[in-house]
Design a protein around this ligand. Structure first.
Ligand code: UDP
Length: 140
């Protein structure tokens, strides 16, 4: 298995409840290492661009409103098989379907306010990292 990088967001429902540390502890326990991190408040344009792939979906406008409703923590995570490992510890998109011990099972409020984002493939990981981070901000 290769060392990979993936992109993660701790979403506004988690910053609002002040549980970013709790969420991070699940990521670290899964073998993921934070090699870049910053707290930002996304603009509408940033959120729309980030979720452009979903722009025809019925939930798009509400999702952009949610993602800009408060600060988020954007992260680059590194580790063996990091993309799949992160998706596993995140749990299913809908917390009602998320497995025990996952972040979304334990913390998500709803299918929308589901506490974390994680890239789903190497190509999206690369694009998403570059969307928020300059190479010199990443310290591996
Ligand atoms: N989402 C939503 N309603 C839905 C499906 C998704 O609000 O019916 C939101 C949710 O916050 C999710 C994000 O849109 O995390 C992106 O959806 P995707 O299907 O890519 O899920 P993910 O990869 O985040 O599990």
């Amino acid at each position: 298995m290769a060392i990979e990088r993936t992109f993660s967001i701790i979403k506004p429902d988690a910053t609002r409840r002040n549980i970013t540390g709790k969420v991070l502890s699940y990521l670290e326990a899964a073998g993921l290492r934070v090699i870049a991190q910053k707290r930002i408040h996304m603009t509408k344009e940033q959120a729309e661009g980030f979720y452009a792939v979903h722009k025809e979906r019925p939930f798009f406008s509400d999702l952009v409103t949610f993602m800009t409703s408060g600060p988020v923590v954007v992260q680059v995570l590194e580790g063996e098989d990091a993309i799949a490992k992160n998706r596993e510890v995140m749990g299913a998109t809908n917390p009602a379907n998320a497995a025990a011990g996952t972040i979304r099972k334990d913390f998500a409020e709803s299918i929308e306010a589901n506490s974390v984002h994680g890239s789903d493939a190497p190509e999206t990981a690369k694009q998403e990292i570059a969307y928020f981070f300059k190479e010199e901000e990443i310290v591996g």
